[in-house]
Write a protein that binds this ligand. Structure first.
Ligand SMILES: NC(=O)c1ccc[n+]([C@@H]2O[C@H](COP(=O)([O-])OP(=O)(O)OC[C@H]3O[C@@H](n4cnc5c(N)ncnc54)[C@H](O)[C@@H]3O)[C@@H](O)[C@H]2O)c1
Length: 264
């Protein structure tokens, strides 16, 4: 009898955190489905993973489009089987701007991708998990889920994703499906590195508000996601797990007006 691999779906799996997560699940024996708008990169990533560590297939999909996500979910089911894992890593990352001056079209697009894209994927693949009566979902939050930052569409969107994660955890818990979020600080992806290189992010300033002197890389985030999806986390649901090099603890401590109790 043919046995099927469990299916892990990673939106935004063509690059960054999503790509590292796709690679991790493939290495753990899952049949990985990468959903992304970037077809060229996505196909290359799926091929690289398949020739390296395991099995990955690419499905072109704009997560902002509910019908496209539904269609991709039907293709995943047909080609690989019902999804048991979903990681919603597709997202747009902005630069600093003000509420008063921001471009409202870009604002709406960011919500469509980052927030509605998360809802679309959770609904389409959550329905497959309900049919399986098991599953785990991890959404991509951020330190932006925890505090205000001058990113008017992104910042409230990440707070909304954290709350959505809790709602889904309660709705889907009775189907044996857990729903959690990870909250990375600045992750050393190609995207962040290019913004540092272009002078749009100040690495020294970033490091001055962390407890550790190292930022997470995409593999660190993937490992936290892997933990949340594993049997080791079987009673953990509805949480936001910061993977933040101590940013949350350090940001107010290190900017205390009286200074820190050591010499810097
Ligand atoms: N990099 C960081 O510092 C950081 C920190 C906290 C949270 N996050 C979150 O992690 C997630 C992934 O970020 P990343 O750093 O890996 O970014 P990235 O730009 O490297 O990857 C994002 C992926 O999403 C895809 N994508 C964009 N719009 C899409 C759409 N409409 N439909 C389908 N795919 C789409 C892109 O093609 C890309 O492959 C995002 O939700 C981001 O907000 C990132």
């Amino acid at each position: 009898m043919m046995t099927h691999k469990a299916v892990a779906v990673i939106t935004g799996g063509s690059s960054g955190i999503g790509a590292a997560t796709a690679r991790l699940f493939a290495s753990r024996g899952y049949a990985v489905a990468i959903l992304d708008v970037n077809e060229e990169r996505g196909r290359k990533m799926a091929d690289a993973i398949s020739s390296d560590v395991g099995s990955a297939r690419f499905f072109a999909c704009d997560v902002a489009d509910e019908k496209a996500v539904d269609a991709a979910a039907a293709s995943v089911e047909k080609e690989l089987g019902l999804a048991e894992i979903l990681v919603t890593s597709a997202g747009l990352i902005p630069n600093t701007e003000s509420v008063m001056d921001m471009d409202l079209e870009a604002h709406d697009r960011m919500w469509r991708v980052n927030y509605f894209g998360t809802i679309h994927a959770c609904r389409s693949f959550g329905r497959q998990m309900i049919r399986l009566n098991r599953g785990a979902i991890v959404t991509l939050g951020s330190i932006n889920s925890l505090a205000p930052m001058p990113l008017p569409a992104y910042n409230p969107g990440k707070l909304a994703v954290a709350r959505l994660t809790q709602l889904l955890a309660v709705e889907l818990g009775r189907h044996n499906i857990r729903v959690n979020s990870v909250g990375p600080t600045y992750v050393m992806t190609e995207t962040l590195q290019s913004r540092v290189d272009a002078g749009l992010r100040d690495l020294k300033k970033i490091m001055s508000v962390h407890a550790l002197d190292t930022l997470p890389d995409p593999d660190d985030i993937a490992l936290a996601i892997g933990f949340l999806c594993s049997a080791d986390a079987r009673t953990i649901t509805g949480v936001l797990l910061p993977v933040d090099s101590g940013w949350h603890a350090a940001v107010s401590y290190k900017t205390y007006a009286g200074g820190v109790p050591w010499k810097e």
